[in-house]
Design a protein around this ligand. Structure first.
Ligand SMILES: Cc1cc2nc3c(=O)[nH]c(=O)nc-3n(C[C@H](O)[C@H](O)[C@H](O)COP(=O)(O)OP(=O)(O)OC[C@H]3O[C@@H](n4cnc5c(N)ncnc54)[C@H](O)[C@@H]3O)c2cc1C
Length: 396
């Protein structure tokens, strides 16, 4: 293999290019915008910066957020302290840093739009707005709006959420997450460097209806839209049935990040999975595991083992989480109440939001903590009292 074309220079593409160029491959990154302020919170979890310390140890302007407030209509709010802060970047800065790292590793960067990719006997013709580039292999990293029909995830309407909102000139130190009745999604207020991002994401609901919900929320909270800048984008959120057949690799290409649908279906975290999948794709491509078909199979297996199987499990939970009912109320309402009343349950929620709690073992952990959480709940409601030296003493 002589030349790899990386289509798209967001976090996934830039990081794949860095890895491949460092290993000595002739790597070209093609992006129509290069570094830009993609609509995104820019929040990096501790899971991401602990595995990739350069995501924390750098000179970029950043914000550290150590608290989140979860709220659901009818259940009030619960404050969640984050043991490890969420680090928030401007996407312009983050993308630029990642592209510079790729360039320093030896990748060539081209600013142009990819119009079409066509396989041709033993190589790819990448037709761009500026000409044609031939490559032996393609890394597809064109994001959730991937316009290339023959490579990357084949989306159905059940596989994405619409995300839209406003950047507003205001400040607060914590994140707000608001769950709404019958919405498979949520509203957020996200503190960023110099402004707030106030937005909503949702599945199976038209953009106009989501925007109405958001604007009503903003009016109730007294958040002015007057000088706000509107944004909208797609957030991959693969349906539970879409994971098994998800098109992450094919003859002569591998897809990474959003263009492979690799986003947490509950929290919307995508930056970690963009960078991690890029790392795994480079690893598989460079591995000495036989022919190209073996490398593609290796990539699929690495992804599945590393995180995709867990995200698939999360997709099974997502619908039940957002719009399901439990104990005569919405799951989200009960979750907020439990988080507020039970320190043990709150700890589980913290780990879930930090990306530290795999979905596959969530049920086991919840069941293991059930007694403790119910005891906390009973204590907070005054139905139990502590008798020193004895197990919890129930009044009911
Ligand atoms: C509103 C919103 C908030 C979010 N907040 C968070 C958050 O706080 N934390 C988090 O972890 N994740 C968040 N995400 C998800 C995160 O933004 C994505 O998962 C992440 O950007 C994926 O990176 P990527 O490189 O795969 O794709 P992208 O960042 O979308 O990069 C794709 C690149 O491809 C380029 N491109 C596309 N088509 C072409 C073409 N034809 N020719 C040339 N170039 C092309 C684009 O210019 C772009 O630079 C959020 C998403 C949304 C929509």
């Amino acid at each position: 293999m002589k030349r790899v074309a990386v289509l798209g220079g967001g976090p996934a593409g830039a990081f794949a290019a860095e890895r491949l160029a460092s290993a000595g491959l002739d790597t070209v990154v093609i992006d129509e915008k290069l570094a830009w302020e993609k609509p995104c919170g820019g929040g990096i979890t501790c899971k991401a910066y602990k595995r990739y310390p350069f995501l924390l140890e750098n000179d970029l302007p950043k914000r550290f957020v150590t608290a989140t407030t979860l709220a659901a209509s009818g259940a009030g709010a619960a404050r969640l302290a984050l043991r490890d802060p969420l680090v928030i970047y401007s996407r312009l800065d983050l993308n630029r840093m990642l592209l510079e790292r790729a360039e320093r590793a030896g990748a060539r960067i081209e600013k142009t739009r990819v119009l079409e990719v066509t396989p041709n006997s033993r190589c790819w013709h990448v037709r761009t707005a500026g000409g044609t580039i031939d490559a032996d292999f393609c890394i597809v990293a064109t994001g959730a709006r991937n316009p290339l029909r023959n490579v990357g995830t084949e989306w159905t309407s059940a596989d994405t959420m619409l995300a839209l909102g406003y950047y507003v000139e205001a400040q607060q130190d914590h994140i707000d997450i608001q769950f709404l009745p019958h919405l498979e999604g949520y509203i957020w207020i996200f503190p960023r460097c110099g402004h707030l991002s106030v937005g909503i994401c949702g599945k199976s609901e038209p953009a106009a209806a989501l925007r109405q919900r958001l604007e009503r929320f903003m009016a109730e909270r007294g958040i002015s839209r007057k000088d706000g800048r509107f944004y909208s984008h797609l957030l991959p959120s693969l349906d539970s049935g879409s994971w098994q057949a998800n098109r992450v690799a094919g003859d002569g290409w591998m897809a990474v990040g959003d263009s492979a649908g690799l986003v947490d279906p509950l929290t919307g975290e995508g930056l970690y999975y963009a960078i991690r999948s890029a790392d795994l794709a480079a690893h598989a491509l460079l591995a000495e595991v036989g022919d190209l078909a073996a490398k593609l199979a290796h990539y699929r297996a690495l992804l599945r083992h590393d995180f995709a199987a867990d995200l698939e499990f999360g997709a099974h939970l997502a619908k039940r989480f957002f719009v399901g009912r439990i104990l005569c109320g919405a799951v989200t309402e009960r979750m907020v109440e439990f988080t507020r009343r039970s320190p043990r349950f709150s700890l589980i929620m913290q780990d879930l939001f930090a990306g530290r709690q795999p979905y596959a073992s969530l049920k086991r952990r919840l069941l293991r903590n059930l007694n403790g959480s119910l005891y906390d709940l009973a204590m907070s409601l005054g139905f139990a009292r502590v008798v020193p030296g004895r197990s919890p003493h129930w009044l009911l």
